[in-house]
Design a protein around this ligand. Structure first.
Ligand SMILES: Nc1ncnc2c1ncn2[C@@H]1O[C@H](COP(=O)(O)OP(=O)(O)O)[C@@H](O)[C@H]1O
Ligand SMILES: O=P(O)(O)OC[C@H]1O[C@](O)(COP(=O)(O)O)[C@@H](O)[C@@H]1O
Ligand SMILES: [Mg+2]
Length: 516
């Protein structure tokens, strides 16, 4: 058992303690007893009310209705105290002060980029998510709005369903509204009244019944509409772009001193949102990707010198490609945006595939959509201007790396082996991996994250996001989540596993000069 103690001089020491039993050694964690807790904004921070006594006098603090809910037994640990925390880093070398990246798990790369220096001796902590004994809201006065923005992700409907059921059943809220078609829906459409009966079956459906869209973010119009409709709780479900929009809405609400709580629920099919362990829908997407990889494998095996090529979502991160590769075991090479690759010459993709075709007669190639963009632009004589190729939200619209690879592979084979059969079967499952209902694991995640969000808002927090950190649900500052990225760390064990499973080349080994 690791025990934090107060004497910094004793940190990093290993010693036997009098009451150690035979197979346990007392160790002292390097951060001693210093834990930096990330403070969360409270709705009362920017209202005229401030102290607890003000709140009590104005009846703003209420007992949690769960106290009288016959389905819950309020044991000692049922309510979460404001002092309950979740540690950001759980892996330490107790002889050294620096927290270690979770090399084998998600978020490892992220941790390294958070600016830890060797002098960091305190641990980072977040408030633990869950029901509080006292809440700020009176259910009869709550008007909640729920919106889904950005691209689809398995589980969106489940999150909306669980928000509605949680608000309705746990807290007695009766005024819950769905905002249609993303941010623009606040000011351009009538809200949809939501109730448990309406959303009952939503978890079984892919997509979002509330609809979604990109672009349409007009801050003043959105906050005017929120104010006009009298919403006092906002549940904003979306990816990195949505979270950046939510930060702006939160700031505008603070500036206008409005009594409205804002919470973000991160969704991202390609797992590019940082800090949290992973987003809901990601596992479902990886599972769906298996079907495309299996089909590519069958096609490749059934041809002479067959290549099965699969392109998977992943704009700036290769998590889906990486996880699908590791689970499938049929993949010969996985290409992701985080690590450049090249085609020709020593250590290049063609040399590797040639060898695989000679050995096995076929090969399967998985490529994330954001990989190889620079190479394609270069091959196109730089004729792809990033500024002109953006979607409505400002995200880059990519060239099709799958089509390009297929074409380059065919040209290469024809040039090198004009008399030998060769086939490339290109499969682009695109929306098939995200336009599906969530699997069981993701559905459970959706319930927990939705309920966490409700409990946090009810407790009076605002400007926060709920999500799992090391398997425990926590509240994280919205601004921090909006900024954080989660890229694949090609230095960690997971990428090493990919390379050892596939035996694919390390494209870094040969510099441009050495290739030929
Ligand atoms: N920096 C930003 N500030 C404000 N709103 C943004 C920002 N980036 C994106 N948005 C808005 O957030 C919504 C979703 O963004 P998008 O990038 O399409 O999807 P995602 O949230 O899934 O990343 C869109 O309505 C878009 O206009
Ligand atoms: O055609 P759309 O809806 O723009 O979606 C395509 C994009 O959506 C993504 O799934 C990412 O979407 P988000 O940014 O909304 O998470 C990318 O992988 C893909 O490029
Ligand atoms: Mg995005």
């Amino acid at each position: 058992m690791a025990v934090a103690q107060t004497d910094p001089a004793a940190a990093a020491a290993t010693r036997r303690h009098d009451d150690d039993d035979e197979d346990r050694v007392m160790i002292y964690l390097p951060f001693s007893n210093r834990v930096k807790l990330q403070k969360l904004p409270l709705l009362t921070d920017h209202l005229s009310l401030g102290s607890d006594s003000d709140l009590v006098q104005s009846n703003l603090i209420n007992t949690n209705p769960l106290e009288h809910n016959p389905f819950f037994s309020q044991s000692d640990c049922f309510y979460i105290a404001p002092s309950d925390v979740v540690l950001r880093h759980i892996i330490y070398d107790y002889k050294h002060p620096q927290p270690k990246a979770a090399a084998a798990g998600g978020g490892g790369g992220e941790e390294k980029k958070q600016g830890y220096s060797s002098t960091t001796t305190s641990a980072l902590a977040y408030h633990r998510a869950g029901p509080r004994r006292q809440i700020l809201f009176d259910a009869s006065r709550i008007k909640a709005a729920i919106v889904t923005c950005g691209g689809l992700c398995p589980g969106l409907n489940t999150v909306v369903r669980e928000l509605v059921l949680g608000l309705w059943d746990l807290y007695g809220v009766r005024h819950i509204f769905g905002i249609k078609a993303g941010y623009r829906g606040f000011y351009s459409t009538e809200p949809l009244p939501l109730n448990p009966k309406l959303v009952h079956n939503w978890h079984k459906n892919g997509g979002t019944h509330l609809q979604t869209s990109r672009g349409g973010f007009d801050l003043q119009k959105i906050v005017d509409a929120i104010q006009h409709r009298g919403y006092n709780q906002l549940y904003i479900i979306g990816g990195d772009g949505t979270m950046r929009g939510a930060v702006e809405i939160y700031h505008e609400i603070c500036q206008r001193k409005l009594n409205i709580a804002v919470t973000g629920i991160p969704k991202t099919v390609d797992n590019d949102v940082g800090i949290i362990d992973r987003s809901f829908g990601f596992q479902t997407a990886v599972e769906m990707a298996q079907q495309a990889i299996s089909a590519a494998h069958v096609e490749a095996e059934s041809a002479v010198n067959g290549i099965g090529l699969v392109k998977l979502m992943g704009r700036s991160t290769g998590h889906i490609a990486l996880h699908a590769t590791l689970s499938s075991r049929d993949v010969d090479c996985c290409l992701i945006p985080e690590t450049p690759f090249y085609l020709e010459g020593k250590g290049g993709l063609f040399e590797f595939l040639e060898q695989r075709l000679r050995e096995n007669g076929h090969a399967v190639l998985v490529v994330a959509e954001g990989a190889g963009q620079d190479q394609m632009i270069e091959a196109n004589n730089n004729d792809h201007h990033a500024d002109n190729n953006k979607d409505e939200s400002g995200n880059p619209v990519f060239l099709d790396v799958g089509q390009w690879l297929k074409s380059e592979l065919n040209k290469w084979w024809k040039r090198e082996h004009p008399n030998e059969l060769f086939t490339v079967k290109y499969i682009d499952p695109t929306y098939m991996i995200r336009a599906v209902a969530a699997n069981s694991a993701d559905n459970l995640y959706c319930t927990l994250v939705a309920h966490s969000a409700i409990h946090g808002v009810m407790a009076g927090y605002t400007g926060f996001v709920s999500g799992p950190i090391n398997g425990n649900y926590a509240y994280i500052l919205l601004e921090e989540v909006a900024k954080a990225k989660n890229e694949v760390d090609t230095r960690d064990h997971k990428w090493a596993w990919v390379r050892s499973v596939t035996n694919q080349p390390d494209f870094h080994i040969y510099s441009n000069n050495d290739k030929a």
